[in-house]
Design a protein around this ligand. Structure first.
Ligand code: UDX
Length: 456
């Protein structure tokens, strides 16, 4: 907590109980938030599912309580959407665990519960036990504004168009930043998305407040809309990972040998490629186009291929023939890496990303322009902000095609356009740093959050 100056919790400190959604992109920000609050004198208890359990030994100062979810048993034959499933299967375990925690300690000693927005069932449990619930929303403000207005339940079929249909390239009336072809990616089951997003938004409205991993200067118009839409207060104290230098919440072992390989690459010469964590997948042909694109660009690259990323493969079996010989020591492929450190490395010149919100923020914080290949959910929305609003990246609008990949990467690495993007993202990086300084917007928001806890 270099920026904040730590305040150690004492025996009279209040406890905050937190419950992350068990996926990498949700566990990271929740545990980062936990660490931030701990340095502000709160005692932390983390309730978590057995599935994707965080490593307790990395957080000796927190208390962990594990609940049964049955998720691991059925993940390969998932009967329904994982989120809907978890919101049913965790109810009893969570309720019992929380009731037990309330019995163990004086209620006044518990400041509040903070749960992931995706765990919408927890609002009813909190109400029943008379405990205030705050929500951690791990997505951007912009994506939640969009989710609030997108026509998921309309009958006009715009979620099912294909590239030969009329209207595929048009803007979405409800959110003109997006094109209809983005909707097709955001959801392949609009009815289910309508159901889930309305539950999430409803329980965000019913909560005591919203915590966002973003900073005001990045999403000011969206923050205004959010404040208008939700009557409860919003706190924008991100980017969380900037408060601490290393992430210890990784579920997969990180290959750190690549850091010394990066030391041998020249300044801003290397492309970093990662399409995200446990929920992202790409097809075999997308994987092969990626490989061909990287081979043709002719620049050094570090490529994260998580086992399970490519549909139908264990790991690298479907790489094009002789790919590794062709690229030689110019390219490295790893299963997982310390992404925040990689992005901060001076050798990195661009990040080809799926635009999960954590990755997008991490790239902005290090001033690294992006090539965007969003897969689904909020990612196509984040990608539009990156390319069309902040203008700090190039969106591969039409999927994975080796020639277009090559052009996009080159325009960032060597074109004038790339230099302008670099300038704009450097500007945002400065804004991030100011927002975290004493008196900056994120710092102030954190202070108001701490005050708000005492009012609950
Ligand atoms: C999804 C959603 O799209 C995102 O917006 C949401 O908030 C979380 O879930 P996800 O696929 O998890 O995204 O990606 P992202 O949000 O980018 O999170 C991935 C995390 O894994 C990042 O913190 C990144 O630093 C980390 N990571 C990734 C590694 O530590 N090593 C790697 O090799 C790759």
């Amino acid at each position: 907590g270099a920026i904040l100056g730590p305040t150690k919790p004492t025996s009279t400190s209040r406890r905050i109980i937190m419950f992350p959604l068990p996926f990498q992109g949700h566990i990271n920000p929740m545990l980062q938030l936990a660490s931030i609050l701990h340095t502000h004198g709160f005692i932390i208890t983390i309730i978590h599912t057995e599935f994707n359990s965080p490593n307790h030994s990395n957080y000796p100062h927190f208390t962990f309580k594990s609940i049964k979810d049955r998720f691991s048993e059925i993940i390969h034959e998932m009967p329904t959407n994982p989120l809907i499933y978890l919101n049913r299967s965790c109810v009893d375990g969570f309720k019992d665990c929380l009731a037990e925690l309330l019995m163990e300690s004086d209620k006044e000693h518990i400041a509040c519960l903070i749960t992931d927005a995706g765990f919408y069932f927890t609002q009813a449990v909190a109400d029943e036990l008379n405990l205030p619930r705050m929500v951690l929303q791990t997505n951007s403000l912009g994506s939640i504004v969009a989710y609030g207005v997108l026509p998921f339940s309309s009958k006009n079929g715009c979620f099912y168009l294909t590239k030969d249909d009329q209207g595929y390239e048009s803007s979405v009336a409800e959110y003109p930043l997006l094109k209809v072809k983005d909707l097709v990616k955001i959801s392949t089951n609009p009815q289910m998305s309508a159901d889930i997003s309305s539950k999430i938004l409803k329980q965000m409205k019913a909560s005591s407040g919203l915590i966002w991993n973003t900073f005001k200067e990045l999403e000011e118009p969206e923050l205004e809309k959010i404040n208008h839409y939700f009557a409860v207060p919003s706190f924008t104290l991100g980017p969380f990972h900037k408060y601490f230098s290393v992430s210890s919440s990784s579920l997969i072992e990180q290959d750190r040998t690549i850091l010394s390989w990066l030391d041998n690459q020249s300044h801003k010469s290397t492309i970093y490629i990662s399409f995200g964590s446990d929920i992202s997948i790409i097809s075999e042909s997308e994987f092969q186009e990626t490989a061909e694109g990287l081979a043709n660009v002719g620049l050094p690259f570090l490529w994260v291929v998580r086992p399970g990323l490519v549909i139908g493969s264990e790991w690298l079996e479907t790489l094009p023939e002789k790919f590794l010989e062709r690229v030689g020591n110019r390219g490295r492929i790893v299963k997982w890496c310390p992404q925040q450190e990689v992005l901060a490395h001076p050798a990195i010149g661009c990040f080809w990303t799926h635009n999960g919100w954590n990755s997008t923020l991490e790239s902005i914080c290090e001033g690294v322009p992006m090539v965007s290949s969003p897969c689904r959910f909020d990612q196509p929305i984040n990608a539009r902000y990156v390319s069309d609003v902040w203008k700090i990246g190039v969106l591969l609008e039409n999927g994975f095609e080796r020639v277009r990949i090559e052009t996009a990467i080159k325009s960032i690495m060597s074109g004038k356009e790339g230099e302008e993007m670099r300038e704009r993202i450097r500007n945002l990086k400065d804004k991030v740093n100011h927002s975290l300084d004493k008196g900056g917007s994120s710092h102030q928001s954190l202070m108001s959050l701490v005050d708000y806890f005492s009012s609950l």
